[in-house]
Design a protein around this ligand. Sequence first.
Ligand code: FAD
Length: 383
Amino acid sequence: MRVLVIGAGVGGLAIANGLAGNGHDVQVFEHSEALRTTGAGITVWSNGTAALRDLGVDIEASGRHLSSLRSLTETGRLLWEADLGEVTERLGSPTVQIARRALIAEMAAALPSDVLHFGRRCVGVVEHPDRVVVEFDDGTSATGDLLIGADGQRSVVRRELLGGEPAKPTGWASWQGLTRSDLPVAQGHQTLNIAGRNAHCGLIPTGGGMLHWWFDMPWKEGDPVLSVADLREVFRGWPDPVEQLLASVADDDLGFFPHIRHKVPQVWGGARSTLLGDAVHAMPPAVAQAANQTLEDAWLLTQYLSDVDGDLASRLRAYEQERRPRALKVSRTAALTSAQRSTPLQRLAKFPGWLATRSQVASLRSGSNVLRGFASRPAVQVA
Ligand SMILES: Cc1cc2nc3c(=O)[nH]c(=O)nc-3n(C[C@H](O)[C@H](O)[C@H](O)COP(=O)(O)OP(=O)(O)OC[C@H]3O[C@@H](n4cnc5c(N)ncnc54)[C@H](O)[C@@H]3O)c2cc1C
């Protein structure tokens, strides 16, 4: 089958690996002139590493294994600590923190050489009973048996296939970066989350002495975009090593993005098309699952397209129906998490380590298809 994929981000590269591995003729079209390798770090949880392993992409050598997830209040009081080593044992796959550019590079390197096409911006989609045609802004087009929209938050493919409203702001934003750091946390394997009354931050070792750090605060269109000097004021007096980190970074290190959330539709495409990743379920970063849910999509769609017998549209709808409830659940949790971190209950409660670990396992399982395995799913009729 000839498969056209729009977007060479995390989702586009993941599905291209899965489908190329199944013997499909996959062509990926990206509007940038090269792979987009900016961004900070990505936490690939057990569900994401399991998906990548099955898709044939190995990130273990390029990232940092995480062994613990620690949550503090802004006064430095420990709220809970989950043992990610035990999460790995229970779920059979590790948690790896990796620079986004390294993840993109690993996935691109695993593809055959003739799959990626740059400088091709999709502007239109026309579905016919026997083929699907994608139009590009340079006047060219491509024809395939199937189209997969992996073109991210402002997906043109979604707009063309489904119409509807663009993703909505949640009222929060992140200031983040990935910098080389001498702080001990950068050399370790522990993620630190600190929840304040009206602001949160996190520090995550990303391997090779690199540290991914983020600061989340309420923000709406028209509000100022804070500088490093502003962040030093807001986070003055926070637990170590927040002040040391902010003293060591500059405005050039700072990336800013408002949080958005997209309604997850019931159906994600037509008879010869579907979506994956942020194009269908853009969500805020609060539970660090956007990329993992995207890898889940790519993994499940690969399973449904592992052979070409049966009706394509039924397979696409089965993939969407199986994936949707889990992606929706994670998206809802992500939307609630920023606000709930600040509630008195969250701030006063202290959970024992075993409970934090078990709830991490339960939450990863509940948002995952890959951790349940494809063979164990209820049989889907492919007419
Ligand atoms: C430059 C960049 C930096 C990011 N940094 C981070 C980060 O630091 N931490 C984090 O957790 N997440 C980051 N993300 C988001 C993260 O990659 C996604 O949330 C998640 O991985 C979902 O992946 P996706 O493939 O759906 O979307 P994306 O990874 O956003 O990929 C979408 C791709 O589609 C391309 N595209 C868009 N429109 C068109 C079009 N019309 N025609 C052709 N191609 C098109 C884009 O250029 C992009 O390469 C970043 C995304 C980008 C694009």
